[in-house]
Design a protein around this ligand. Structure first.
Ligand code: PLP
Length: 385
C-alpha cells in the first residue's frame, strides 16, 4: 500500500499541485500569526470580520455553561436544543421564509437536500463552476448530472429543453466561490419557470454581504422565495461561526427532516455555536458598517489594480481574482508575496479548472485601506519582477 500512496503524492508534487497547510495561532483577523512571523492575510471567508467578535465569544462561553460543549446526539435523538431551535427560527426570519433547517456543515446541507429530493429518474443541472459539494451531492443522489458551461444560459436552456426527467433541479452558487462573480439568477429563474424546473441557490458567499441589507444574491437581484424555493447558506463564512442551513417552505423542511441522510445520521452541531450564530445574525444587521467597509475596500482594490495594470477579474464581491494560468506561476507569485509577509494562497486544480490557477484575494471588513494599498504595491512589484 505504501508505494501506491507514495505514487499519489509524487504525481501531485510533479504537477505542482501538492498542498500544505499553514498552522496559525491567535485570532482569525487580517494579521495571522504563523510560526515564521506575522502575515497580512487575504484568504479567509470571514467577510464581515465577525469570527473574532467579542460578543460572539461571550455568547459561546455563556452557552457552554448553560448547555454543554457537545450536543451529544443527532437532532432526531436528543441533540436538538432550544439554542438550535431558536436559531432555525431566526434564520427563517432572516431569509423571509417559512422555515429553516440547520445542518452541521454546508457540504452536508448540499448533500442532504439534493439526495433527499432527487433520484434515478431526475436530472440535476449544474454550472461547471458550482462548488464541489454540489457536484458530490448530485452524484450521490443518483440523478443524471447535466453540467453547462459557466453562466451559459443558452446551454442551460438547451439541456432543459431536451430533458424528459420526472423532476428537474437547477443548482447554482449565488456567488461563485473561486471567481467572485454572480450566477445570472434572473435568467435562470426565468428558464426554470418556462421548463418547469426548480431552483436551488447555494449562497455561501452572498449571504450577509450582498444586497441592501445583506440578504445575499437573491436580494441583490430582487428574487423571491417563489423564484428560488430552495436557499442554502453557510454560517462559517460571513457569519463567522460554523454550520449551515437550508431555508424554504414548511413542506420542504419537513421532507428534509424525514429524508436528508446527512441531517439524520450525524451529531447536531454544538449548541453554543447555534447560540453564537443567532447573535451573529443580529450583528450582521446592526453593524451595517461592515458591509459598507467591504464595499469601500472592494472599490479601492479594483481601482488601484487598474491603475497599476494588475489584471484582476471584475468582481463586486469580497472575492477578487488574479488569474495566473499555470499552477507553477500561481505558486511563484504567492511565494513572492509571502516573502513580503503577505499571505494570499494560490488556488490550483482540481479546485479550479486546468490552466486557471490563480490568486484568490478575499477582503474582510477588518481590513484597512492601508492593507489593500500594501497588497497592491506588493503585487505590482512581484508581477513586474
Ligand atoms: C464553503 C462552501 C460550502 C461548504 O460549506 P461548509 O460549511 O464549509 O461545509 C458549500 N458551498 C459553497 C459555495 C461554499 O463556498
Amino acid at each position: 500500500m505504501d508505494s501506491y500512496l507514495e505514487d499519489i503524492l509524487q504525481q501531485r508534487r510533479a504537477a505542482q499541485l501538492y498542498r500544505v497547510r499553514h498552522a496559525h495561532h491567535g485570532a482569525q483577523t487580517p494579521i495571522l500569526h504563523l510560526e515564521q512571523g506575522d502575515y497580512l492575510a487575504f484568504c479567509s471567508n470571514d467577510y464581515l470580520g465577525l469570527a473574532s467578535h467579542p460578543l460572539l465569544k461571550t455568547t459561546v462561553q455563556e452557552a457552554v455553561e448553560e448547555f454543554a460543549v457537545g450536543s451529544g446526539a443527532s437532532h432526531l435523538i436528543t441533540g436538538h436544543t432550544t439554542a438550535h431551535h431558536q436559531l432555525e427560527q431566526a434564520l427563517a426570519a432572516y431569509t423571509a421564509r417559512e422555515r429553516a433547517l440547520l445542518f452541521s456543515t454546508g457540504y452536508m446541507a448540499n448533500v442532504g437536500v439534493i439526495s433527499a429530493l432527487m433520484g434515478r429518474n431526475d436530472e440535476v443541472f449544474l454550472d461547471k463552476l458550482d462548488h464541489a459539494s454540489l457536484i458530490d451531492a448530485a452524484i450521490l443522489s443518483r440523478a443524471k448530472l447535466k453540467r453547462y458551461p459557466h453562466n451559459n444560459i443558452s446551454a442551460l436552456e438547451n439541456l432543459l429543453a431536451k430533458s424528459t426527467a420526472a423532476h428537474k433541479l437547477i443548482v447554482v452558487d449565488g456567488v461563485f466561490s473561486m471567481d467572485g462573480d454572480l450566477a445570472d439568477l434572473p435568467a435562470i429563474v426565468a428558464l426554470a419557470k418556462r421548463y418547469d424546473a426548480w431552483v436551488m441557490v447555494d449562497d455561501a458567499h452572498g449571504l450577509g454581504v450582498l444586497g441592501e441589507t445583506g440578504r445575499g444574491t437573491l436580494q441583490y437581484f430582487g428574487l423571491s422565495a417563489q423564484d428560488v424555493p430552495i436557499l442554502m447558506g453557510t454560517l462559517g463564512k460571513a457569519f463567522g461561526v460554523f454550520g449551515a442551513f437550508v431555508a424554504g417552505s414548511e413542506l420542504l423542511i419537513e421532507v428534509l427532516i424525514q429524508n436528508a441522510r446527512s441531517y439524520i445520521y450525524t451529531t447536531a452541531l454544538p449548541p453554543a455555536l447555534a447560540a453564537a450564530t443567532e447573535v451573529s445574525l443580529q450583528l450582521a444587521d446592526s453593524e451595517s458598517w461592515r458591509r459598507e467597509q467591504l464595499k469601500t475596500l472592494i472599490a479601492y482594490l479594483q481601482v488601484g489594480a487598474a491603475q497599476r495594470n494588475i489584471p484582476l477579474l471584475p468582481s463586486i464581491t469580497p472575492i477578487q481574482v488574479l488569474m495566473l494560468g499555470s499552477a507553477e506561476r500561481a505558486l511563484a507569485v504567492s511565494e513572492a508575496l509571502l516573502a513580503k509577509e503577505i499571505l494570499v494562497t494560490a488556488i490550483r486544480p482540481p479546485t479550479v479548472p486546468a490552466n486557471t490557477a490563480r490568486l484568490r484575494i478575499t477582503l474582510s471588513a477588518l481590513h484597512q485601506l492601508a492593507d489593500v494599498e500594501r497588497l497592491l504595491n506588493a503585487l505590482a512589484e512581484v508581477l513586474a519582477a
